[in-house]
Write a protein that binds this ligand. Structure first.
Ligand code: SAM
Length: 253
């Protein structure tokens, strides 16, 4: 007996819709997403599609109508509830563009709950393009199967971040000048990882960090890692120890 092919097929396109999804809803896909579905994925009426709204979870729909520049989707059923990602923040000093893209994409894939740009004394890149980062977050979520987008906070200067730091949240300060391995740090959720800019933290910043009660000095080994490598290594170590990396993805209903 041939096995019943999985439905929806694993190749089903997955799209974020910034509007509430519900049974029988008929959302319309337009713009770049419509161009991609119509002209790259060559979608036609009856084809399945997965949509998620960062509110309720993930829904299976079918293309009801495919016009020149828009598709109307008929929502069939909910296939996954919105996920609860581990309560880990990444606080990162913005770095040069391509490396910043990496940090955003990988931190989203790895499962952080919040992305917090932090302006430090040696931060070269003052202005972070919020729309660009928001688009990268959506793309990474569409690709990795996330149903909850990480929150993107507005940039903040390090002194202000420390002044208003929540006392119950461990601040894992990734310090190339020395610290403790994550396995020896007691830092379950709620937690945050802080990585510096290309030029690292100044001594004044290091003093301010080390005099903040929530700070835990984190070492990522004897070598000087690039900021994006440090961010990805620290998140991975934390997720493996305190996060949700011990379970398989929730299957579609
Ligand atoms: N200041 C350094 C230098 O001498 O050029 C480089 C800074 S490094 C490129 C950027 C950031 O990555 C650091 O501020 C720190 O947060 C993190 N980092 C790099 N290597 C690390 C290590 N071995 N342990 C902990 N954090 C590290």
């Amino acid at each position: 007996m041939p096995a019943t092919p999985a439905w929806p097929p694993a190749s089903t396109p997955r799209l974020f819709m910034d509007s509430p999804l519900a049974p029988m809803a008929t959302p319309v896909v337009e713009g770049a997403a419509a161009h991609y579905l119509l002209n790259v994925m060559r979608m036609k009426p009856g084809d399945p599609i997965l949509l998620f709204d960062n509110r309720s979870g993930e829904w299976l729909g079918t293309v009801a109508e495919a016009a020149k520049r828009a598709l109307t989707i008929r929502i069939e059923r909910q296939v996954r509830a919105i996920e609860a990602v581990p309560d880990l923040w990444l606080c990162f000093a913005p770095v040069k563009k391509a490396r910043l893209d990496w940090i955003i994409e990988k931190a989203t894939e790895l499962g952080v709950a919040r992305l917090q740009p932090v302006v430090t004394e040696r931060t070269i890149v003052e202005r972070v393009k919020r729309e660009r980062i928001a688009a990268q977050i959506v793309e990474a979520c569409e690709q990795c199967g996330r149903t909850a987008l990480p929150e993107l906070a507005d940039p903040v200067k390090l002194p202000a971040l420390l002044k208003h730091w929540p006392a119950d949240r461990a601040l894992l300060f990734a310090d190339e000048a020395g610290g403790v391995a994550i396995a020896d740090l007691d830092a379950p959720a709620p937690a945050a990882i802080l990585t510096g800019p290309e030029g690292g933290f100044t001594d004044r910043e290091r003093d301010a960090l080390l005099s903040t009660a929530a700070t835990r000095r984190l070492s990522l080994g004897p070598r000087i890692l690039r900021a994006e490598t440090a961010a990805i290594a620290a998140i991975s170590l934390w997720m493996a120890q305190y996060g949700d990396w011990n379970g398989a993805p929730e299957p579609l209903r």
